[in-house]
Design a protein around this ligand. Structure first.
Ligand code: MLT
Length: 262
């Protein structure tokens, strides 16, 4: 079922009396990236997957976003749906939102799943890349940028064996509102560094990382997991940055095992 909350397109699946799980997608994607996980979990969990403002079916509005405004949106969804201690699951930019939300109000959550993400903020090189991406979108339109960005996200194996799905992801992202895409880039560029909070996290955490993730590689995610007291790290084989899409079997197994322990 689709619901609009404060302008955001929110997909709800499963019985709302069950334990809630909120899925926060990566950039430049939408909530459909979690479909394999939702299909599995909706029998026992109340699955909430929304499109981040400006991406997918959530309108861009004025397009001036910050990581803080993205976290405010997440909090609004939790409050509007009366979600009791949800499990929070975020990939990459969704992980940045999840990390900041946990840093701000950890008590609201019962557990956290970080997929292919990082706690450190953009350095100088990263900021300049974001600025160059915005300039490129302004001069060339969205298509060349999304094609390159999405190509870099997926591992070689997936691109060769799942050509249609890979091409569909590019087509979908290319249809997004450029204002929303640029707004996300600015929000990521201005986000705070949450590394210091990792050792303070008290809730159980699952950290998933594609073995061939070129954006947030195991060399970044393993040390991140080591800083969190109650954490499990699982390397997802044969996967790049988009592990829930590229290897749903291993991602789902890891999630089920983690949830079973809670
Ligand atoms: C994502 O997948 O959300 C992006 O790669 C995050 C980023 O560009 O930092």
């Amino acid at each position: 079922m689709k619901k609009i909350i404060d302008g955001l397109s929110v997909n709800l699946e499963g019985n709302n009396n069950n334990k809630p799980i909120i899925f926060v997608h990566g950039f430049p994607y939408d909530s459909t990236m979690w479909q394999s996980q939702i299909d599995l979990l909706k029998e026992k969990y109340f699955c909430v997957a929304y499109d981040i403002r400006g991406l997918g079916e959530s309108p861009a509005g004025q397009g001036q976003f910050t990581m803080e405004s993205f976290v405010d949106d997440l909090e609004t969804i939790i409050n509007e749906l009366n979600l009791e201690k949800p499990i929070l699951c975020g990939l990459s930019m969704g992980g940045y939102i999840a990390l900041r939300a946990v840093e701000k109000f950890e008590d609201k959550f019962s557990a956290i799943i970080f997929c292919d993400t990082r706690a450190d903020a953009d350095g100088n090189e990263g900021k300049l890349k974001r600025a160059a991406a915005i300039k490129r979108i302004d001069s060339e339109g969205l298509a060349p940028f999304t094609k390159d960005f999405v190509t870099n996200c997926f591992g070689e194996n997936f691109k060769q064996n799942n050509k249609n799905e890979f091409e569909n992801r590019i087509t979908k992202s290319t249809a997004f509102n450029p204002v929303g895409v640029k707004g996300s880039l600015l929000a990521m560029m201005g986000r705070n560094d949450t590394t210091e909070y990792l050792s303070k996290i008290k809730i159980p955490a699952l950290i998933l990382c594609g073995e061939f993730d070129a954006l947030t590689p195991p060399s970044v995610m393993k040390p991140m997991a080591e800083k969190i007291k109650d954490s499990d790290f699982v390397l997802i084989k044969n996967s790049g940055h988009m592990s829930p899409i590229e290897n749903p079997k291993e991602v789902n197994e890891a999630i089920i095992k983690f949830l079973g322990k809670l």
